[in-house]
Design a protein around this ligand. Structure first.
Ligand code: HEM
Length: 407
């Protein structure tokens, strides 16, 4: 569905809008501002870096409802926000699974379900562990100190996904910079269209190769279902684009943030290393506690919605802040504390409703295996003295860009 333009002027004086809340430089967040907003202004107007405004929603109950509300849709990066430079009309957009709705979305979800089920992921665990071991062996051989982001937390989820989906890992030097350009918000419409076209051409080439030489991977599975008429070529394209845009990056950020957080509180590192029975709950707690999805999920209202006394009009952008919901004290006791033994943990890290995360089981497995492989090989891993992790402080998605460690 294509987002509708606003039916009426924006919701009030934009001069009153807050700057988009970011945590202080060099820190993970979530932004301190979220505490105040949850208490006194749970649906706030904020200015985004790309010269647009949105409703910033911070309380658990509201976020939980909004992310599963069919009156809100996910815009493609070509459609929102309005970009600098002349508008570029026509041509296909960067449509991923998130932007599909209704029966077409349901058919594609069903088509991929078996490949990402809890059982399918469990069956792959030995291979996922093997991939982790290979990377960590190379990392260890390169000597200490080393940057764990470049050596492990970045390549590991990408390697796992490439093999599962059927994307050649060696193509990463080509597609990673193109993805960076496509997901950047400050590019012009023309540039956004150019990189979108490049990504579509790349996925189209992959699909063509799988069609002539099918493999034991998800793309080949989908192509077979396409031939049976269950889904269409355009759906396979949407799936391929989803895998490039959301299939590995978020897992990398979570893994880097998890390791950083545990190493910054060494008693927690030791506790989990020595009590692996805590692992399942600890992974859920890390998903709740880490603010990776600070405010990256953006929805557009397709009709007027009343929310906590504010009027969200058709065409308005709404940001349900998952990281803020996950720190809401009305749901989570001692919400600002990392509690690896937390029992009741209905976090929203994977979203909810028809668009909830396809890769949730895979992401959990990557976090679990990644941490276990690190504990087993580097029991005494620690942050390298005098070398601070690097952060991209302009990015909403906060995770270390570099993580210097030693052992
Ligand atoms: C810790 C890692 C991850 C987190 C926190 C995460 C989080 C999320 C969230 C919150 C959504 C819902 C967004 C919305 O409501 O529109 C989502 C959707 C999605 N995720 Fe993940 N994700 C992770 C890893 C993965 C992985 C490894 C894959 C690979 C298969 C994946 C594939 C997807 C897809 C395809 C969607 C769109 C689903 C749809 O619209 O039907 N994610 N993810």
């Amino acid at each position: 569905m294509t987002p509708q333009p606003p039916a009426a002027p924006g919701p009030g004086p934009e001069a009153d809008a807050l700057d988009f809340p970011l945590p202080p430089p060099g820190t993970m967040g979530p932004p301190e501002e979220c505490v105040r907003l949850r208490a006194s202004c749970p649906v706030a107007r904020v200015r985004l870096p790309m010269d647009a405004t949105a409703w910033y929603v911070t309380r658990y109950a509201d976020v939980r409802e909004l992310i599963a509300d069919s009156r809100l849709i996910r815009p493609t990066i070509n459609d929102w926000p309005a970009r600098p430079g002349p508008a570029v009309d026509g041509g296909p957009r960067l449509v991923t699974m998130a932007e599909l709705e209704g029966p077409r979305h349901l058919a594609l979800r069903r088509a991929v379900a078996s490949a990402f089920s809890s059982r399918a992921v469990r069956d792959r665990l030995p291979r996922i562990r093997q991939l982790a071991e290979q990377l960590l062996e190379e990392f260890q051989e390169a000597g200490r100190p080393g940057d764990l982001v470049a050596g492990f937390t970045d390549p590991f989820p990408l390697l796992v996904l490439c093999e599962l989906v059927g994307i050649p890992f060696e193509d990463r030097n080509w597609f990673l910079p193109v993805l960076d350009a496509a997901l950047g918000t400050m590019v012009t419409s023309e540039e956004a269209r150019r990189v979108t076209d490049l990504l579509r051409e790349y996925v189209a080439g992959l699909i063509a190769r799988k069609r002539s030489r099918p493999g034991d991977d998800v793309l080949s599975l989908l192509i077979r279902q396409c031939e049976d008429g269950v889904i269409t070529d355009a759906d396979v394209m949407a799936f391929g684009l989803s895998m490039l845009t959301v299939g590995f990056g978020i897992s990398s950020f979570f893994l880097a943030d998890s390791v950083h957080t545990l190493l910054a509180q060494p008693d927690q590192w030791v506790r989990l290393r020595d009590h692996r029975d805590l692992m399942t709950g600890a992974v859920e707690e890390l998903l709740r506690y880490l603010p990776v999805m600070n405010g990256t999920l953006l929805l557009l209202a397709t009709e007027t919605i009343d929310l906590c006394g504010r009027t969200v009009r058709r065409g308005d952008a709404v940001i349900p802040v998952l990281a803020s919901a996950n720190r809401d004290g009305s749901v989570f006791a001692d919400a600002a504390r990392l509690d690896l033994g937390r029992a009741d943990n209905p976090h929203l890290a994977f979203g909810r409703g028809t668009h909830n995360c396809v890769g949730a089981h895979l992401a959990r497995a990557e976090l679990t295996v990644g941490l276990e492989a690190l504990f087993d090989r580097f029991a005494r891993l620690r942050l390298a003295d005098g070398q601070e992790p690097g952060w991209d402080d302009q990015s909403v998605t906060k995770s270390p860009l570099t993580l210097p460690v030693t052992w």
